[in-house]
Design a protein around this ligand. Structure first.
Ligand code: FES
Length: 552
């Protein structure tokens, strides 16, 4: 055991003194030491309950003769950071979470790791750490909130963001907005729609790093505590069998995860995060893999923001295993690859009983919502390295219009709030990429305002920044190379003609190659927005969104 070199033998008496000061015995220290990393703070509801789940996991670990110790990782609550400078810290928090797990586990000589995630960056950060450390490890998602009820309809936080746009357009009173705000998030847990947190929760199971069925139970459901205990117990089997994340995270496992992402119409952030986890696991996946798999994967999950339901409702009909079983039966998943259960995907799903009553939450693969996946990779003279279009979140697959150019989210939001965007426009928001933002902010405030004004089918938005999973409309993000790195998006001018074509998979500006080149030659990179602190470091180290925006 790796922990022996930290805690056994006469020379390690001082080390043991520290542990005994916390009540641990020699017997406790003779057993495998398992770090339980809980993404927790009191900044938002997404992870507020996670310590309780961590304690349940500890019970499970103790029950199989291992010694758990708990620690916290940072959590940045995206929904609160949204539309502010705070959002610049959101994507960078992913690397801080991964680094926190690495330094805590390696710095104290632990043998194994269990992670509890919740808000958006916590699942990817924890899974990146699992791949990096390659110790026996398992993740459990902390669960989402129950849906809110407003006007006898189930709502999630994305509806409140859009209500702000409705209010600004004069379609909703301040009192109605307040009533909605009061009830949108009724319990602890992450946002309820298939936004980024729940998308990544799907992928904990799809990658084989979490117990099947553990993602969908709501935060306040007894089923979540039960899964926490089982997750803790499972770590001893992983230790016994020396089954490690890189045994699980094969290229085929990532193909399964991309298939589940495409079938669900999940968040565009899923693309970034899967590439970052693959990078840590030394597996090479590219945007071409997303495009290839997206083209053959039917979209079958009817969840907000593109659809109707929340995670709590998916749980009632069978959760993520139901989605995976339908894909498996359609021959779309690799069935023999190993997972944290020690069993194959097929063996895990064999146990799943399909619901007897047909529902419209998870469609059959033979009659899907769409015959192709929910995300489309676009390339063209405006995004030579690629960009991501959440095609499931709009009925409009193609749009041509005149560019309205903004060099920051704030400038764009001011124009949208001031009702200065017209039908047919293509809003371009640039210098918001990983390096240029820095931090690749999500444009939810702008996209929600457009939706609230009823422009989601008539105005396109393209950006080198990101989108929240709650975004809908004709929205193309991750345009790469980003403006700050001299990508063609930097040379777009007001009135240029831009075409987004989700069917052909293209994003083009109506300029000749010579004209683009001429403009690029005149372009000068902007000065650094941050000269000290984490964002300055991040801007220096971060790579292209087309490769997952990982630190180099
Ligand atoms: Fe935390 Fe949405 S803000 S999951």
């Amino acid at each position: 055991m790796g922990s022996n070199s930290f805690y056994q033998g006469p020379q390690k008496a001082p080390n043991r003194s520290f542990m005994k000061a916390m009540g641990l015995s020699d017997y406790d220290l003779s057993k495998p030491l398992v770090g339980v990393g809980v993404a927790w703070n009191e900044m938002g509801p997404c992870n507020i309950h996670a310590l309780g789940l961590g304690n349940k996991i500890k019970e499970g670990i103790r029950s199989v003769d291992a010694t758990p110790r708990m620690f916290a990782t940072p959590v940045l609550i995206d929904g609160i950071a949204m539309g502010n400078e705070g959002m610049r810290y959101s994507l960078p928090s992913r690397e801080i979470i991964a680094n926190t797990v690495e330094l805590t586990i390696k710095g104290h000589g632990y043998d194994a790791f269990v992670g509890v995630s919740g808000c958006d960056k916590t699942s990817p950060g924890i899974m990146m750490a699992m791949a990096r450390l390659n110790l026996p490890s398992i993740i459990m998602y902390g669960g989402s909130t129950l849906p809110g009820m407003y006007n006898a309809e189930k709502i999630a936080i994305g509806d409140v963001f859009e209500a702000v746009g409705n209010y600004e357009a004069g379609n909703m009173s301040l009192q109605e907005l307040k009533m909605m705000e009061d009830v949108a998030i009724p319990t602890a847990g992450s946002c309820g729609g298939l936004y980024t947190a729940n998308t990544m929760a799907f992928l904990t199971e799809a990658l084989g790093l979490a117990l099947p069925g553990s993602a969908a139970p709501p935060a306040v459901d007894g089923g979540k505590a039960m899964f926490a205990f089982k997750t803790g117990k499972q770590i001893s089997r992983l230790i016994e069998n020396d089954l490690k994340p890189r045994d699980i995270l094969t290229f085929e496992a990532f193909e399964n995860a991309i298939t589940v992402l495409m079938s669900s119409g999940g968040s565009t952030n899923g693309v970034l995060h899967l590439m970052a986890i693959a990078h840590e696991a030394n597996i090479n996946i590219t945007l071409d893999d997303f495009e290839r798999i997206g083209n053959k994967t039917p979209e079958i999950v009817n969840m907000k923001p593109g659809g109707k339901y929340t995670m709590a409702e998916l749980y009632e009909v069978g959760g993520v295993p139901l989605v995976m079983k339908k894909l498996l039966e359609h021959g779309l998943l690799h069935q023999d690859i190993i997972t944290v259960t020690g069993k194959s995907v097929k063996e895990n799903l064999n146990k799943i009983i399909m619901p007897k009553i047909q529902n419209d939450i998870v469609y059959n693969t033979e009659a899907p919502i769409s015959t192709t996946g929910g995300l489309k990779i676009l390339r063209g003279n405006l995004s030579p390295e690629g960009s991501v279009f959440k095609i499931s979140a709009t009925k409009v697959k193609k749009h041509t219009g005149r560019a309205r150019v903004f060099d920051s989210e704030e400038e764009a939001f001011e124009a949208v709030s001031g009702m200065k965007i017209n039908k047919g426009d293509v809003v371009v928001i640039r210098y918001e990429g990983p390096k240029g933002g820095p931090g690749m902010r999500e444009m939810l405030a702008v996209t929600s305002a457009l939706v609230g004004q009823g422009l989601d089918s008539d105005v396109a938005l393209i950006t080198d920044g990101r989108f929240s999973g709650a975004t809908r409309g004709i929205m193309v993000g991750h345009v790469s190379p980003e403006a700050c790195a001299g990508g063609p998006i930097a040379i777009v001018r007001e009135g240029d003609k831009i075409t987004v074509d989700g069917e052909k998979g293209t994003l083009d500006i109506g300029l000749s190659a010579d004209e683009i080149q001429e403009r690029l030659q005149k372009w000068k990179p902007p000065s650094d927005k941050y000269v000290s602190g984490y964002l300055a470091q991040y801007a220096r180290l971060v790579g292209s969104a087309a490769q997952g925006a990982v630190l180099m």
